[in-house]
Design a protein around this ligand. Sequence first.
Ligand SMILES: Cc1cc2nc3c(=O)[nH]c(=O)nc-3n(C[C@H](O)[C@H](O)[C@H](O)COP(=O)(O)OP(=O)(O)OC[C@H]3O[C@@H](n4cnc5c(N)ncnc54)[C@H](O)[C@@H]3O)c2cc1C
Length: 301
Amino acid sequence: MADLHIFKDFEGTLIEYEPMAKHTYYRLGGPARYFFKPLRQEDLQKIIERCLNNNVEFIFLGKGANVLFSDKGFDGLVLNLEDCCSGFERKGEKSTDIHCGAGAVLFKIVLEAEKLGLAGLEMLSGIPGTVGGALRMNAGAFGAEIGDVVNSVDVLDPITLKAMRLFKNSIDFGYRSAPLLENKLIVSATIRLQPSEPALLGRKRREILEARKAKQPLDLPSCGSVFKRPVGDYAGRLIEAAGCKGLKSGHAWVSEKHANFIVHDGKGTSKDVFDLIAQVKHRVETAFGVVLEPEVQLIGF
Ligand SMILES: Cc1cc2nc3c(=O)[nH]c(=O)nc-3n(C[C@H](O)[C@H](O)[C@H](O)COP(=O)(O)OP(=O)(O)OC[C@H]3O[C@@H](n4cnc5c(N)ncnc54)[C@H](O)[C@@H]3O)c2cc1C
């Protein structure tokens, strides 16, 4: 593996052997060989090029709300855009578009849209993570998805090193998927919203946050829903019906509050969670013949 000095030309925070437990909602995961938060958007292309030229594997990380790193971590560069691409602004005084950096926290955009009286993001209230992570996952809740309100996404192709602007229709957003964004670095996006009333949006936001609090074990580390919804059913219903609620592996268990959440008590390991994912999958397939697909992104397993 190349050494640290290959990134020395770039300003930002570069840490070697950084525990991914510090950067994920699961609070789990071993060290990344390099964890880099560059300061300048202009450097992103060169950083990726430097990785390619030195055979350093790389991945992109937002707030780590939908990832599980293995206990042995990741032997490459974890690139985070929080310090170079986290701004956002309305595109003009009367515009219904908001341009957001990929490293911007999604909930901050939800609040900004509410303040501006722009509707379309309120159902996503309380989804943790960044705009980049939300786009890559086509995050959604309560019948809405971020893909519904995207106008365009600016990406960097890490193979050709070209910057591209992709428009909504070409991205082909699907349920928790955005095929054209896979393996690309999302740098920014323009979200197109609809005029509305701040008070109405605020009321909706509070209702959504209450509903989430009532249904989800938000006091324990998790990645939200572990599995995607299978066609015509709910992963949580199947997991519960297969008798998995409360099922344990080491310090992790299937939440009693929401069967599609796997949580741990703070002493868990990634292996505890990973083993439990396999057990739940096996039990549901045995009981109902349904093969559940993880929504959580597994890294380094
Ligand atoms: C308590 C809780 C509740 C949740 N509820 C929901 C919910 O209701 N609905 C829902 O959809 N999700 C939910 N999630 C999952 C998670 O919040 C979303 O998937 C979120 O969009 C992840 O954003 P992130 O920035 O944390 O992405 P990360 O977890 O950091 O990354 C997720 C994926 O996106 C990629 N990625 C991140 N940034 C970029 C970028 N700039 N360019 C390219 N790829 C990138 C990563 O490589 C990874 O593959 C929940 C999670 C938790 C912990």
